[in-house]
Design a protein around this ligand. Sequence first.
Ligand code: MG
Length: 159
Amino acid sequence: MVHVGIGYDVHALVEGRPLILGGVAIPHSKGLKGHSDADVLMHAICDAVLGAIGERDIGQFFPDTDPRWKGTSSKLFLEEARRQVELHKGRLVNVDATIIAEQPKLNPHVDAMKGNIADALRLPPERVGIKATTNERIGFLGREEGIAATAVASVDINP
Ligand code: MG
């Protein structure tokens, strides 16, 4: 039986931080603020995967109060989400995500992001959907105060 999960995350854009999305360092004047590398895309996908197996959010596994996860690559979080699927005797079918960012242009980096996420989840890249859109200059995302991501995941679990 196929189970689905949903994930959402947002991080503030600040000066003096690298911009890491889908494990790719993207040249930009600002980066995302957070305890880890603040990879909002990987965080949303983590929560979608965990949601599909009825687990709690990634913050329950990697609390932002724990100094071990300071500045850590979020690829580690995705690998843990994949491990949790295995513990639930599930098989990840696919993930799909949308990044909402006014700037910078992300399309040139999407293939590299897909590769990193597919690698962490041990999925073929064609099972990893990544889209990028703007917020049409509306609201905090439109004012470039942050970047958000939404994701879904499906996991096949034998009943
Ligand atoms: Mg996050």
